[in-house]
Design a protein around this ligand. Structure first.
Ligand SMILES: *[C@@H]1O[C@H](CO)[C@@H](O)[C@H](O)[C@H]1NC(C)=O
Ligand SMILES: *[C@@H]1O[C@H](CO)[C@@H](O)[C@H](O)[C@H]1NC(C)=O
Ligand SMILES: *[C@@H]1O[C@H](CO)[C@@H](O)[C@H](O)[C@H]1NC(C)=O
Ligand SMILES: *[C@@H]1O[C@H](CO)[C@@H](O)[C@H](O)[C@H]1NC(C)=O
Length: 380
């Protein structure tokens, strides 16, 4: 009876974890501006009934103006902190037109406004700008000339806007580029050329298909560590992905096939997510995920009938919600079960395994437990 209760609470814990997990992956709501209107300038979300587009000019709330600043060049719709003279805070102010940016500005915050176009004029003296946050506006166009004014730009955040293509003329100095949650279906050729310092490229939740990603699209991104192409309409694995990548996210596409040697050239690849695709055993070569640098592999919500082979170094494996009917620990074990398991170098490092939502039922096969000595959570 006691054991039964223990099992029950363990199950409850997993259910709870499931709930937490789905909550955490749910897209975050845009920050609500304090004390103004409830209308949010966000991209329409499919789950929420469509909000009527605000009508010009009456439906836009007026810009919020602050008290005069100690800085004569501080725009009234922004806040210039005496303690951070290089920051210009213009977020959450109902701004429609970007004000003239003071030349001392390094960090520019313009998120959560109603900006629809970014032109070069406000940036004419802002040659020192390093960070720009334009997230959660209505931007559909960024003039090329903007980036000629700010050649030292390192971080550019334009997520949650209405861009239809990757802006042309991005500076080669960029280190982080966030373009998620736009409507991008076009990457101009050479869009990322010479960006040898870019470490993060986020194109999550756009409308990119295979033909938009050429062999050379990512060619110059020698420093890229994180690439997020999740929630697009890709059917194939992207070509020419930089080999130094650490994190590759491709969830929620329509990928049904992985070329046999796809992961061969990568030197540091540790996190691969392919949840919510159309992978079946046919499109997953037996050894494709046997990559020694891989730590976390997520293949949930596909159509796999068997567990793909993986390397002894893998720590987290998500295979929930597939069509797996049986698991054979002897076959799966990255090392021979006959090997001397007291030699710690041959103990597989798998710690977390999710198999729920398949056609499996407890108990967990003994050979799984024998092989994966570090396994401390298995959800079945
Ligand atoms: C830019 O700087 C120059 C020289 O300091 C100044 O004369 C000019 O008015 C500034 N332009 C803007 C738009 O602030
Ligand atoms: C890339 O980073 C290095 C080191 O910080 C710097 O010297 C170089 O100028 C940067 N490249 C570009 C194109 O900004
Ligand atoms: C997986 O790759 C390792 C080298 O990293 C190799 O020794 C091992 O035989 C491979 N496993 C299988 C099942 O092919
Ligand atoms: C698991 O696979 C091994 C090797 O192919 C085989 O000998 C064994 O019978 C299988 N175990 C089960 C329970 O099917």
């Amino acid at each position: 009876m006691k054991a039964g209760a223990g099992l029950f609470s363990a199950l409850a814990l997993f259910l709870l974890m499931g709930a937490v997990y789905t909550q955490r992956t749910r897209p975050r709501k845009p920050t609500r501006r304090p004390g103004t209107t409830t209308r949010k300038p966000s991209v329409p979300k499919p789950a929420v009934p469509a909000q009527p587009e605000p009508q010009e000019p009456t439906d836009f709330p007026p810009p919020i103006l602050g008290p005069p600043s100690i800085y004569p060049d501080c725009p009234r719709e922004c806040f210039c902190s005496p303690s951070y003279p290089n920051s210009l805070n213009c977020e959450n102010r109902n701004i429609r037109v970007i004000p003239v940016i003071p030349s001392r500005t390094h960090y520019l915050y313009l998120q959560n406004n109603y900006i629809s176009e970014v032109t070069a004029e406000p940036f004419v003296n802002a040659t020192e700008v390093r960070w720009v946050n334009l997230a959660n506006n209505r931007i559909h166009r960024i003039d090329k000339q903007v980036f000629q004014k700010i050649p030292a730009l390192l971080y550019l955040y334009v997520h949650r806007n209405q861009l239809k293509e990757v802006p042309p003329g991005l500076p080669a100095s960029l280190e982080q580029l966030r373009l998620s949650r736009n409507r991008i279906s076009k990457i101009p050729s050479g869009a990322f050329s010479k960006m040898g310092n870019l470490t993060l490229l986020d194109l999550y939740h756009n409308q990119l298909s295979d033909s938009d990603l050429g062999k050379n699209t990512f060619r110059d991104l020698k420093s890229l560590m994180q690439l997020n192409l999740a929630h697009n309409i890709l059917k194939k694995m992207p070509d020419g992905v930089p080999s130094g990548l650490i994190q590759l996210f491709l969830d929620r596409n329509r990928i049904d096939d992985i070329p046999k040697d796809y992961f061969k050239g990568f030197t540091h690849l540790a996190f691969v997510r392919l949840n919510y695709n159309q992978l079946s055993d046919k499109g997953v070569p037996k050894n494709v995920f046997n990559v020694s640098t891989l730590l976390d592999l997520q293949l949930a919500h596909n159509q796999l009938a068997s567990v793909p082979l993986f390397n002894g170094h893998l720590e987290h494996l998500h295979l929930n919600h597939n069509s797996i009917e049986s698991i054979n620990g002897t076959l799966l074990c990255p090392y021979s079960l006959q090997a001397d398991m007291s030699d710690l170098s041959v103990v597989p490092r798998l710690r977390y395994l999710r198999l729920d939502g398949n056609h499996l039922s407890p108990p967990i096969p003994l050979d799984i437990i024998m092989c994966f000595r570090h396994l401390h959570s298995i959800v079945i």
